[in-house]
Design a protein around this ligand. Structure first.
Ligand code: PMP
Length: 456
């Protein structure tokens, strides 16, 4: 068949290899192709409208048609479409954005370093930690602690931090030196009768035992998302961060907060670190930073992190790391405008309010026979499904129910994302009660359809 009589879906199947996709399934049917966006909605090529209840990839905070971001990008394109920060060069948008981020951080930070994605940022932090250890004459301090179910990206080091089997299997990952602790999922991993506080204490003890076993002098840092996102929207149990931080402080181990999803209002405060009282040495930011209109990520470093690194760059003569697109002026201009809009429209407070409504409405589904747990904070949530409570449960492999429900929900006009058997909801921060009600109504219909399929 020649290209001009093939549909876009067929041409996609022929020419595109997709990330996070079963490649054979895409060869068979092609993808859902999204054509345009407006507010919280996107439209496919046939004109069908969907609520984007995942804000793309947890990221399009301002929705899909914010004209001020387009104008900011256009202005910057016309003035200076590209420049870089290598070799002691700079440009205005990067200076403005760095100043804004460092001064708005919830704990004292010293510098911002710019990259293009969450993965690049986390890889960069790992390199900075190794570099810092060498700068301090602590060549053995290279191990990194993370958690099962964590998601920190997919480049080689970031994927090693990630604790999700699908991101490791087939890739010979994680690399040695990346250590994973129990995911702080109370409902799944607490012992019978264990309180949230006792569960948190047990996980902090697990951390301390790992540190002592490995040798405190060999550990560079602990990485954590304030709330785990792609691992299933897992909120820390009460007192978890307080107890984890007490252990890290005892052994002088640095803390890196991966705020790639949580940052800029998602958990109901500007940063997830504020929601949970986290005092990190390094913060990693991306996604809602530019509402994902252009790729950009930022690393914020405190003095404890920056100073030894600066010393070593001085003796070598350079910091031998950086990306061509890092701190791109157009992406930085879009990020500055995004932050301005978040402020002017008081979007963090509005997202907190909309988030409370979303949690309340989703909780009404908790007694549905297919629902195991409804959990969330702010404007991020997961509805965990299980066939286990049915009288005659079908023998579905893990993930089958989640995948089926996500597809049926899409047919109801709502895009969510299946993570195992949990469906995630993380809509644009501009969503109102009406949009949330529409998501919850479509989800109820979907669950009823699934139930019908599961009970012959
Ligand atoms: N960290 C977290 C917490 C994330 O959720 C993600 C992406 N979902 C990343 C890092 C990686 O970001 P990217 O896809 O931009 O590499």
């Amino acid at each position: 068949m020649t290209d001009d009589i093939m549909t876009p879906e067929m041409r996609d199947a022929r020419y595109v290899m997709h990330p996070l996709t079963d490649a054979r399934a895409n060869l068979q049917s092609g993808p859902l192709i999204i054509d345009r966006g407006e507010g919280i909605h996107v439209y496919d090529l046939a004109g069908n409208r969907y609520i984007e209840a995942m804000a793309g990839l947890w990221s399009v905070g301002l929705g899909f048609s914010e004209p001020r971001l387009v104008a900011a990008a256009t202005r910057q394109m016309e003035r200076l479409p590209y420049y870089h920060p290598f070799s002691q060069k700079g440009h205005g948008p990067m200076v403005d954005l760095a100043e804004r981020l460092v001064t708005m951080a919830p704990v004292p930070m010293s510098k911002a370093f710019f990259t293009n994605s969450g993965s690049e940022a986390n890889d960069t932090v790992i390199k900075m930690l190794w570099y810092r250890a060498n700068a301090l004459g602590q060549a053995q301090r290279k191990k990194i602690i993370s958690r099962h179910r964590a998601y920190h990206g997919i480049t080689i080091a970031a994927a090693s931090l990630t604790g999700i089997p699908a991101n490791h299997t087939g890739f010979d990952l994680p690399l040695p030196g990346f250590l994973h602790l129990t995911a702080p999922h109370y409902r799944r991993f607490a012992l019978p009768g264990e309180s949230e506080e006792d569960f948190a204490t047990r996980l902090a003890t697990e951390l301390e035992e790992l540190i002592l076993r490995e040798g405190p002098e060999t550990i560079a840092a602990f990485f954590g998302e304030p709330v785990m996102g792609a691992g299933g929207v897992i909120m820390p149990p009460r007192t978890y961060w307080e107890k984890i931080q007490a252990v890290l402080e005892r052994y002088e181990i640095l803390l890196v907060a991966d705020e790639v999803i949580c940052g800029f209002g998602r958990t109901g405060c500007m940063f997830g670190c504020e929601t949970y009282g986290i005092r990190p040495d390094v913060m990693v930011l991306s996604k809602q930073l530019s509402s994902s209109y252009l790729p950009i990520s930022a690393i914020l470093l405190n003095e404890r992190m920056f100073e030894p690194i600066a010393d070593l760059t001085h003796s070598i003569g350079t910091f031998g790391h950086g990306f061509t697109g890092g701190g791109h002026p157009v992406a930085a201009a879009v990020a500055i405008e995004t932050l301005r809009i978040i402020d002017e429209r008081d979007l963090v407070a509005r997202a907190a309010e909309a988030g409370a409504w979303m949690q309340e409405r989703l909780a009404t589904l908790a007694d549905h026979p297919l629902v195991d747990e409804v959990r969330g904070v702010g404007l991020m949530a997961a509805v965990e499904l299980t066939p286990a409570r049915l009288a005659d449960p079908p023998a579905w492999p893990t993930g089958a129910l989640g995948r089926r429900a996500a597809l049926l929900l899409q047919q109801q006009g709502v895009i969510s994302r299946a993570m195992g058997d949990a469906l995630a909801f993380c809509p644009p921060m501009i969503i109102d009660r009406e949009g949330i009600d529409a998501i919850v109504a479509a989800l109820r219909t979907t669950l009823d359809l699934c139930l019908k399929e599961a009970t012959p």
